[in-house]
Ligand binder design. Structure first.
Ligand SMILES: Nc1ncnc2c1ncn2[C@@H]1O[C@H](COP(=O)(O)OP(=O)(O)OP(=O)(O)O)[C@@H](O)[C@H]1O
Ligand SMILES: [Mg+2]
Length: 420
């Protein structure tokens, strides 16, 4: 007898309540094949399509060893068969190598409510007892990042040039790329230079949709909609591209980009923003709201004056924030008289993060090929400069330098409380 249509229907989805997991990097260290298989299956689920998941065998000791020499992702998942004292000792050692902002998800084999409480008290984000299902795992992660009470996931990092053509966009794009390649961390690059933006061509992309499609329909802006507008360069870097056409003008209201930033920063750990060399209500608002600001200047008098004015504006409008980071670009251009970096810094009373030399052949080749500097010449020191800027603007270098029990790691923050 032929099967009825009902018999042939695919298995019905039984987990409609799970939110999609945002664009985070997850690394799992498993002791058992069963747990590794569940995590791998979860990683392949559509709800985790945006997350970047790596699974390896080895458990807690391998994780600790691994992160001695590597930065930690947004979420570390560790399976352990250890019991109470040994587990707490392992977690202490893991805490010492965890960067700020990393969450830890423990998969254990003991159903012990007192242990669960102790782990939560020490700052572990989740403790799940094996065996568990694919949807249990996805739901736990979605809840960790989806709660309205938790801080917005993404750090916004903006680049602003204090003179037209000073290289702000080039530096912005190279740093965005470095964040993804050095830290295996997903990034959304937002190009706010609507008529002339170069994020598309710098990455050799030809976007058909982009940020303007979201500006046109602010009521529809949510993560699903923004996702459709992103141009994917690779599995970590996505671009919210500018149209770069002149068929309309962009006289935008001050808050035009607010809904877009709200959505993007809730779904990805790093949002890198290319701000055009303009002084409008919306560029001022963007500068006011970013988590990290990088100012790009060239070593001449006009750029120095403009940088001073921008810094004064930032100091006044963001009195409780750190000063912006300052990069001097195109230093050492032949035959050009220049203001020395130390004089620039003294006039601004601001340290200089990096001085990038004028290298027309290298930058010209990269721009014309739609490549990043490190792709053109992997060993060139400017590639290392971009990596170090990436580490500073993502808040990694400061934490890494003091990576011992005194660090801001997930456990250390709470250990004082637990002891008290
Ligand atoms: N250090 C450098 N040495 C040589 N050329 C550079 C350097 N930095 C950037 N350039 C080149 O300068 C040009 C302008 O760079 P870019 O578009 O990044 O500047 P911008 O400040 O974003 O300009 P705009 O004001 O148009 O936004 C590009 O062709 C870029 O390749
Ligand atoms: Mg630019």
């Amino acid at each position: 007898m032929p099967e009825t249509p009902d018999d042939m229907a695919p298995m019905i989805e039984t987990a409609p309540d799970i939110r999609p997991v945002p664009r985070i990097a997850v690394q799992a260290f498993c002791e058992s094949r069963e747990v590794a298989a569940i995590i791998e299956a979860a990683a392949g689920d559509r709800r985790m399509a945006k997350a970047h998941v790596k699974v390896q065998m080895g458990g807690m000791n391998v994780a600790i060893e691994f992160y001695h020499g590597a930065p930690t992702p947004n979420l570390v998942v560790v399976e352990t068969h250890a019991v109470r004292e040994e587990l707490l000792d392992q977690l202490d050692r893991l805490a010492e190598v965890c960067d700020q902002g990393t969450k830890v998800f423990v998969i254990g084999h003991v159903n012990d409510v007192l242990l669960f409480r102790e782990l939560m008290r020490r700052g572990v984000s989740e403790y799940v007892v094996a065996p568990f299902g694919i949807f249990d795992f996805i739901r736990s992660i979605a809840d960790l990042y989806g709660s309205t009470a938790s801080a917005p996931l993404g750090r916004t990092i903006g680049f602003f040039g204090t003179k037209g053509g000073c290289g702000a966009s080039t530096i912005c794009h190279n740093v965005a790329w470095s964040i993804t390649t050095s830290y295996d961390q997903p990034v959304v690059l937002v190009d706010l230079d609507l008529p002339f933006g170069t994020a598309g061509i710098d990455f050799n992309q030809d976007p058909t949709l982009g940020i303007v499609d979201a500006l046109a329909t602010p009521d529809r802006v949510d993560d699903v909609f923004i996702d459709r507008l992103l141009t994917r360069f690779d599995d970590r870097l996505s671009i919210l591209a500018a149209p770069a056409t002149l068929d309309r003008t962009f006289d935008l209201a001050e808050m035009s980009f607010d809904p877009i930033f709200d959505v993007v920063r809730a779904s990805v750990p790093a949002v890198v923003v290319d701000i055009p060399h303009l002084w409008t209500s919306w560029t001022k608002r963007t500068l006011r709201q970013l988590d990290e600001i990088v100012i790009v200047a060239v070593p001449d008098l006009a750029s120095l004056r403009n940088t001073k004015n921008v810094c004064d504006f930032l100091k006044q409008t963001r009195p409780n924030d750190a000063a912006p980071r300052l990069i001097i670009n195109m230093a050492g251009m032949p035959k050009r008289p220049e203001i020395k970096p130390e004089d620039f810094a003294r006039a601004l009373e601001l340290p200089i993060l990096s001085v990038i030399p004028f290298e027309p052949a290298l930058f010209g080749t990269a721009a014309n090929n739609g490549q990043m500097i490190a792709e053109v010449e992997a060993k060139h020191p400017i590639g290392e400069t971009f990596r170090s800027i990436a580490s500073i603007v993502t808040g990694r270098s400061e934490v890494r330098r003091q990576k011992r029990p005194s660090s801001l790691s997930f456990l250390a923050r709470l250990r004082g409380k637990a002891a008290g």
